[in-house]
Design a protein around this ligand. Structure first.
Ligand code: SF4
Ligand code: SF4
Length: 324
């Protein structure tokens, strides 16, 4: 399918056209037996590249639209092969520790190619639709028994919308239930195309206050809220709202009530509202990717507070869940 710059979802974040015109997508994980990304047992396909840059992101390997290096220091056997291979002289071994100077690294991946112990690995592989679907179909019998299926997740699946649509179309052709986990930040024309092949949308609503949304994610929420309204007007797809509950961002009754109030005004009901508590699972990945993590000292939201938020969501007439 030819690239249509008019429909390109990625212009605002400066990603490259060449990736979406390709017949391959950049995948950083295909997770079988996923239980939290839609109904039943599912296979979740994680696509790399996201137009948002949420400060708390627990998948920091998902945001860049290119393959990246990830390091695992405990696996390093100090063989020195990566040093010899690096054209940028970005790697040193000093006092039995291998270190990467990330500012020098140009992501050529030569070190990952030669590392014998997977102490340096590449995150993100270009895969064809067939390669992905060959894995997805392996669990068809589980999908049938549990009403499960395939979920496309972030990064943001709509960044490479043509590839995402091809996966969804193939899954529908195979009779599978399909779900898209999205930030909602895409051109509406693109979104509408993808919805044609989707049974369920897991739709993030993070904040109604536009200024705070932009400060914490890098983008305005105008398009996100607008697309949600259009989704419920122009399609019949089932929608689950997901609210990541983040300290000092939206962990207040006021912020949750604003979201519930907005969702209640939508043209038709959503099936449920899920509250996803802030976690630090991704914290260790930041330094491993050469990035800074600034949430180490931020306390988690306790379960009593989460339960109070759940009851608040229910008071608006929604079915409410925590964590899924
Ligand atoms: S990916 Fe970076 S660290 Fe590794 S060999 Fe290339 S320039 Fe050196
Ligand atoms: S090639 Fe791998 S194991 Fe050898 S020094 Fe480099 S990171 Fe360590």
């Amino acid at each position: 399918m030819a690239c249509n710059p008019e429909l390109c979802t990625v212009k605002p974040c400066g990603l490259m056209y060449k990736d979406i015109t390709s017949d391959k997508g950049l995948i950083f994980n295909v997770q079988r037996f996923a239980l939290h990304d839609g109904p039943g047992i599912r296979t979740t396909v994680f696509l790399k590249g996201c137009p948002l840059h949420c400060l708390w992101c627990s998948n920091p390997e998902s945001t860049s639209p290119s393959p990246e290096l990830i390091t695992r220091d405990a696996k390093c056997i100090l063989c020195g092969r990566c040093l010899d291979e690096c054209p940028q002289q970005a790697i040193t071994i000093v006092e039995n520790k291998r270190t990467i100077n990330w500012a020098r690294c140009n992501s050529c991946m030569k070190c990952a190619d030669v590392c014998p112990s997977r102490a340096i690995e590449r995150v993100g592989d270009y895969m064809t639709v067939d390669e992905v679907m060959n894995t997805v179909v392996r669990d068809s019998s589980y999908y049938r028994r549990t009403n499960g299926g395939m979920t496309l997740s972030r990064g943001e699946p709509l960044v490479r919308w043509q590839f995402a649509m091809a996966l969804l179309r193939d899954a529908k052709r195979m009779g599978l239930h399909t779900a898209v986990d999205t930030t909602g930040h895409a051109e509406w024309d693109v979104f509408a195309e993808v919805l044609r092949y989707s049974d369920l949308v897991l739709y993030d609503v993070k904040q109604i206050d536009a200024r705070r949304h932009k400060e914490a994610t890098g983008v305005s929420n105008d398009r996100i809220l607008d697309n949600l309204e259009k989704t419920l007007t122009d399609s019949k797809v089932v929608v689950w709202i997901r609210i990541p509950v983040i300290p000092r961002f939206n962990d207040s009754e006021e912020a949750i009530e604003l979201i519930c109030g907005f969702v209640r005004t939508l043209p038709r009901p959503v099936e449920k509202v899920s509250l996803l508590p802030f976690n630090k699972f991704g914290g260790v990945k930041y330094p491993a990717l050469g990035k800074a993590y600034n949430w180490e000292d931020i306390p988690l939201i306790n379960e009593y507070q989460m339960e109070a938020f759940r009851k608040l969501v229910e008071s608006y007439g929604f079915r409410a869940d925590i964590g899924r």
